[in-house]
Design a protein around this ligand. Sequence first.
Ligand SMILES: *[C@@H]1O[C@H](CO)[C@@H](O)[C@H](O)[C@H]1NC(C)=O
Ligand SMILES: *[C@@H]1O[C@H](CO)[C@@H](O)[C@H](O)[C@H]1NC(C)=O
Ligand SMILES: *[C@@H]1O[C@H](CO)[C@@H](O)[C@H](O)[C@H]1NC(C)=O
Ligand SMILES: *[C@@H]1O[C@H](CO)[C@@H](O)[C@H](O)[C@H]1NC(C)=O
Ligand SMILES: *[C@@H]1O[C@H](CO)[C@@H](O)[C@H](O)[C@H]1NC(C)=O
Length: 634
Amino acid sequence: MDNFRNMALQNTSLLLIVLQICALAWQAWAQVDLRMEDTVEVYMDDSAEIPCLYTFTQAPMMVMVQWFVRERDGVRVRISYSDLTMQKVDENTTYSDRISVRSNSDGETLTIQDVKLSDEREFFCQVSGFSAGSDERRTLLKVFDPPEPPVIEGALSGVSVSGESTAKIASCETRDGYPKPNITWYRDHIPIHPANGLVNVVTLVTRESSGLYTVQSDLHYKVTKEDKDAHFSCEVSYFVPGAVRTSESKGVNITVYYPTSSVEMWKESPQGLVKEGDTVEIHCQGDGNPPAPIIFNREQSDVELDSYEGLLVLKEVSRMDSGVYECHALDLDAVNNDEVLDTLQLTVHYLDPAVVVPKDSEVMLKGESLTATCNALSSLETSTVWFKKGLEVGRGHIMQLQDATFDTAGRYDCEVTVPSLPGLLTSGSVHIIVQGAPQIKDAERDFELMEKVGAWVNLTCEVRGYPRPAITWSITGSQSQSWREVDKKETEDRIHSVVTLKVTTDTVAICNSTNDFGIETKIYNIKSIPFLQTPTARKTSVDNSGVIIVVIIVSILLLAILGSVFYFLYKKGKLLCGRSGKQEIINAYSTKEKTNKDDIVVEMKAKKTEESVLLKGINGEKKPPNDQNSTLRS
Ligand SMILES: *[C@@H]1O[C@H](CO)[C@@H](O)[C@H](O)[C@H]1NC(C)=O
Ligand SMILES: *[C@@H]1O[C@H](CO)[C@@H](O)[C@H](O)[C@H]1NC(C)=O
Ligand SMILES: *[C@@H]1O[C@H](CO)[C@@H](O)[C@H](O)[C@H]1NC(C)=O
Ligand SMILES: *[C@@H]1O[C@H](CO)[C@@H](O)[C@H](O)[C@H]1NC(C)=O
Ligand SMILES: *[C@@H]1O[C@H](CO)[C@@H](O)[C@H](O)[C@H]1NC(C)=O
């Protein structure tokens, strides 16, 4: 049987070969060469041109060209006809009003306007040259309509990594494309390929009534924690005439739920070291999503501390709050909840109040030495500085006061700071009292003053000593009512007294200061300088009148004696003339005892009398009663 069938097949092939040879022989003397493109691609709504080119080996008497289309039901329908005499588009076909045929030297071109999706079919061109030969070719018209850009939508709810299988995490749709577009999925721009149990893509293709395709693709995916930051996108690829184009959607991210695997604890504030009184904020955060509730407790303690959403606030901490703090995440999904914890060592630094020794105040004797200390307990290294009246007098917690003087006395402040934690500061003070005998300012310097008679002078006596000395003034020379204390200032260890006195004669004033420890005095010597003054007011004092009378009587007596002497000399003829000048006057002043030298005495007496009278006259009228001395001295 097989043999028989083989023979039959061989016979058939043989027959075909014979027929083919006959046709070739026929074509050899009369044939048409007809060329058409296999496909013509065109965008919907554009115009399509389908050329039909032919050449004859022998010039034909007559050429007839007919265009056909195959209808949906498979029936061929002519749509156009042309020959040497005429060319027409067939009426009452689906193409009657949308096609035109153009003839040119090497064939015809069928133009279809306003191409529709339904135009995607075969167009036949039949060329008949009768004895010159006939042939038919066809072109498939392909119509393209790009789809709308893809629209992506990520899963609205979170996806848990604990899920058993894949979950739909995104959906992508592209509408109205032709031919059917493809959708590809990407994760961070890397294509995702379906993989069993991990990635599954479900595609739904819809053919719209318009004939266009709408493609929807759902990505089913097994999420991992790493996908929390991933971006998923879809890409549509579609054909266009002569090419493949793509269009990518925007990326979407998805909410991935994963259990807490670790927690982290940190001190948010204050920055740096913590000191007593600070408010401390400790944060704790787990790495799970959604965040698991956080609880805080102190190490080795089950007492849960008050916290809110992973924030523990410790107000006004003290050293008692130092220690290790723990935080736990309460995650039901966590593999081992007990191990998901973090710890933080909190150290609260402190500085206790400064303790100064000696306390409060200390009495020293002049010349003594003292060591004062200032200490403040701290968890950190401290620095101590001593101040007196705001000026730094020492560093370190020990202060040595050696060989005390009154200047040593006063308040000493010590300030203890913690260099590594500027907020910590404490201070204390000690009051140093230096006891000692009075010490008058400038006591060693002699006070000598020349002052005009009648002038007022101020004498200042400034004494230091502890206990505060008392000052007494004793003034000799001037009358007691002519001086008084005009100023007195007292401090703890100082007294300052000013007396004012009127110079009437040489005066010695003594400032006598005493306290329990001794006495110190200062002596003020004031030399009075007599001086002349022009009369400014005429005032006769009752006290003066007696003196004037005496003077007048003495003058009269002197004049009488002078007269006697003149008379005597006149008798003797020994009158001296022409000698005068200061010398005599000075001599007269300085050598009163030389009265036995007659020749000088005579002149001196004359001069002196004149001068004395003059002085008396002036002073007598002008000077107050206690100017007596100077008058007498003159
Ligand atoms: C085309 O069809 C219309 C009505 O369907 C008819 O009246 C007309 O005669 C037809 N024309 C041709 C050329 O067949
Ligand atoms: C769509 O996918 C199919 C199958 O992989 C492929 O043959 C076709 O060329 C693709 N189309 C486009 C437009 O990429
Ligand atoms: C997606 O990413 C943006 C920024 O990259 C972020 O703000 C947003 O919260 C994310 N959304 C989800 C669902 O993860
Ligand atoms: C003496 O002191 C008093 C009071 O301080 C003052 O008013 C007066 O001017 C002073 N006199 C002299 C001469 O300095
Ligand atoms: C100073 O005063 C003290 C006590 O009042 C007295 O003993 C002493 O003699 C006085 N000295 C002088 C120089 O006045």
